[in-house]
Ligand binder design. Structure first.
Ligand code: SF4
Length: 742
């Protein structure tokens, strides 16, 4: 048994490495020495194994061929004939993460109180860890009920199925994920409009146009960007809506609509108005298959190009031209994102307006348009409703007990996971008192200190992660080491209608274990051994496969490394005509009216406005505080070399942005006497951070662009807790701030 403080842990790790073979790299203040274990004898034979990179979104995306020598990966390459583009910088740097000397490799329990400025840790065995977790969680359940324990699955997303199953077995309705500040607002809006989750779809060879709304795929989804670029070369026309001049804009856009962050709702209303005014809509489709068209038409009529220019800063003529380009080049598709798509106080309305655009053009469920219809039996994280025990959830009335139900009734209607943005309130009110927190980060929500306090105030919490991350783990009671991408078995990799088995190609570092195994073993310790397969991941995945009713087993997938093609799938166009989109097999869409809802019945029933109305951001050019903080704060977007707060300690990636920067226009920099590289304070009524100035034409005058996730300059000290009442999403895209030289 070893007593290890955090500082000692890091120092100890580095010292141990320094005595090994080690290769020293130093960049931007990072001392990175490969551990001895990362090296293999060069004379040993190499075995090539299939795996998947999950570095950009933490579900498996790009296919990998791993060259393995003596249980060490010595090379990663893009997998031939796999539906992905060549590996991006993060994929190539995945080996630096795998062999990062700072990895968490043993379970640890804190030895000092949470009042201390930093946690001190003691190594414990897995058995001790599980016994403690079971005692603490069962104790909270006994005293306060099962709902007082939060089961949270952050990053990676793959263990969601196991975590939700565990929450339900435990009897807790408090299951949450990072999707409640990521993309789920967008999925929900698509549900309200045409009855199916969607973030849009890549253009196919039959697509004549594509409307990209606030998605910078070149940085956030490199695997997708290659596909888009090939369609551009083929001749597909692109309109890109983005407040910044991104590489996606310069690479794809025939027309770029560079709007003021947070004014998307007005632009979407103006776009719809132009489709109507220019007589571009599909009248037959609209008449037969939509609900609320006349009211929508009346509402958007006032959003003339001139008025929209005033609100959004997008030139009137460009809006007219963009609507014409998309309206005249049919069929066309749509792509949106979690970023601009979800991070405003108006998302529940405006994102619906965006999804109405392909519907009004008759581009739903036609070749080259936005496909709808039955997909695979898996959800986003490759799990199934049956595996997640949603029948138990329904039968035992979990929904009625949810803490978030009154705060966000629309969200609660669509999701069997809680909206977590009110965690501070729920902890303060004693509704949540303990947490199993996988891949959690206290900096992921707006106004970070409140979430830090909430996590610290839990009676007991255990975090599961790859690293010891002081910004969050200084607030918890226990940390457990998780196996990484190439080390774990997990739910499956899915592309189109193909399923691939995801198996480890090397054994986990130290005592690290697979996320699925950890969750199932916690469940076993809590008394659900049989339902948690006594911690056996293979058995759990076998059960998961069985719940798909596809009739395939792990052995089938193992025997077929090129993937299993799921038979069936209705590719017929216009399935809404033949009853292919509704569970009752009736013609129409899976909405309360059976039509595409331009006016939402669900929203009206729950007391909201049904039309996609535009509302100004609470903090913006029209609010009282604009005179004190006259720059619009746009944050929450992705970089090509980091994933949120992750990966920035890897030298191959850190060299691209070694420290936090505030990007602002030459005009705004000049007005404040700021030069390239200056240190600057970024501040508002709520907080302040210091960053390096980057002067760029990428952002509009009047706007600053700041990447999130820097521990030393956490921009969520400045973002506010003004939640969209429909989705609960925070306004990462539309805050206010000022910048001044230090
Ligand atoms: S795009 Fe890059 S980070 Fe994402 S899965 Fe592919 S290689 Fe990995």
């Amino acid at each position: 048994m070893t007593d290890i403080s955090r500082r000692g842990f890091v120092k100890g790790a580095t010292a141990a490495i320094a005595t090994g073979v080690g290769v020293g790299l130093s960049n931007g203040g990072i001392n990175f020495l490969y551990p001895k274990e990362a090296f293999a004898n060069e004379d040993s034979p190499i075995e090539k194994k299939y795996s998947y990179c999950d570095m950009c979104n933490h579900v498996p995306k790009c296919g990998i061929i791993a060259s393995v020598r003596e249980n060490k990966i010595v090379r990663v390459e893009s997998r031939d004939k796999y539906p992905s583009t060549p590996l991006c910088a993060k994929g190539i740097a995945s080996l630096q993460e795998l062999y990062d000397p700072h990895r968490l490799t043993v379970p640890m329990i804190r030895t000092n109180t949470k009042d201390a400025s930093a946690a001190e840790w003691k190594q414990i065995s897995w058995d001790e860890a599980y016994a403690t977790i079971a005692e603490k969680l069962n104790g909270v359940k006994q005293r306060h009920g099962a709902d007082a324990v939060l089961f949270f699955c952050g990053d990676p997303k793959e263990p969601r199925g196991a975590m939700q199953r565990l929450a339900t077995l435990f009897g807790s309705s408090s299951y949450g994920t990072e999707s409640s500040v990521c993309a789920a607002a967008s999925w929900m809006c698509a549900q309200m409009v045409f009855g199916q989750n969607s973030m849009g779809e890549n253009p196919s060879d039959k697509s004549a146009s594509c409307l990209v709304w606030s998605l910078n795929a070149a940085w956030s989804q490199p695997n997708r960007y290659g596909v888009l670029y090939r369609q551009k070369e083929r001749g597909c026309k692109f309109v890109v809506v983005d407040p910044r001049i991104t590489p996606t804009v310069t690479g794809l856009a025939d027309i770029h609509l560079q709007l003021r962050p947070g004014s998307d709702g007005a632009l979407a209303a103006g776009f719809i108005n132009q489709l109507i005014v220019q007589d571009l809509i599909d009248k037959d489709f609209v008449e037969t298959w939509t609900h609320g068209f006349e009211e929508l038409k009346t509402y958007v009529a006032s959003f003339t190009p001139e008025k929209v220019e005033e609100i959004t800063w997008v030139e009137a003529a460009k809006l007219v031209e963009a609507a014409r380009l998309i309206g005249e080049n049919k069929p066309g598709t749509l792509l949106t994102s979690s970023k601009g798509g979800c991070h405003t106080t108006n998302v529940g309305h405006f994102q619906r307006a965006v999804f109405m655009i392909p519907a009004l053009l008759g581009n739903l469920d036609v070749p080259g348009g936005l496909p709808l219809g039955p997909g695979l039996p898996f959800d986003y994280a490759a799990s199934t409703k049956a595996f997640q025990l949603e029948d138990v959830y329904e039968a035992e009335g979990f929904q009625q007990r949810r803490h978030d139900r009154e705060d966000f009734p629309v969200w609660a209607k669509y999701y069997k996971m809680m909206q977590t943005v009110k965690l501070p309130e729920y902890v303060e009110q004693g509704k949540i008192r303990a947490g199993v927190l996988l891949g959690v980060n206290s900096m992921m929500w707006p106004n970070t200190p409140l979430y830090k306090k909430a996590i610290r105030d839990l009676e007991f919490s255990v975090a599961i992660d790859y690293y010891l991350r002081p910004v969050t783990h200084d607030l918890v009671d226990m940390v457990l080491p998780a196996a990484m991408c190439y080390e774990r078995s997990a739910a499956f990799a899915i592309f189109g209608r193909k399923i691939f088995l995801r198996e480890p190609v090397v054994t986990p570092a130290g005592e690290a274990r697979e996320d699925w195994r950890i969750i199932l073993e916690i469940g076993t310790a809590l008394g659900y051994g049989e339902q948690c397969f006594n911690g056996n991941v293979d058995a759990a995945l076998e059960e998961l496969l069985a719940t798909t009713r596809l009739g395939i087993t792990l052995a089938d997938l193992r025997a077929n490394p090129q993937g299993f093609e799921v038979p069936g799938g209705n590719k017929d166009p216009k399935k809404y005509e033949a009853g292919g989109l509704r569970p009752d097999k009736q013609p129409g869409f899976n909405t309360p009216t059976g039509k595409v809802e331009l006016k939402s019945r669900v929203l009206e029933d729950l007391g909201f406005e049904g039309l996609p109305v535009y509302e100004e951001p609470l903090h913006g050019p029209l609010s009282a505080d604009f005179k004190d903080y006259p720059l619009i704060l746009n944050t929450g977007s992705r970089l090509p070399y980091y994933t949120h707060s992750k990966l920035r300690d890897l030298p191959w990636l850190n060299q691209f942005m070694p420290e936090p920067v505030v990007r602002l226009s030459p005009q705004d920099a000049h007005a404040r006497g700021l030069n390239q590289g200056d240190a600057a304070r970024v501040f508002n009524h709520q907080g302040e951070v210091t960053m390096k100035v980057e002067i760029t034409n990428m952002v509009l005058p009047g706007v600053v662009d700041i990447f999130h996730g820097w521990q030393q300059a956490d921009i969520n000290l400045l973002t506010t807790r003004d939640f969209d009442p429909i989705s609960g999403f925070p306004p990462f895209s539309n805050g206010l701030c000022e910048v001044a030289k230090v």
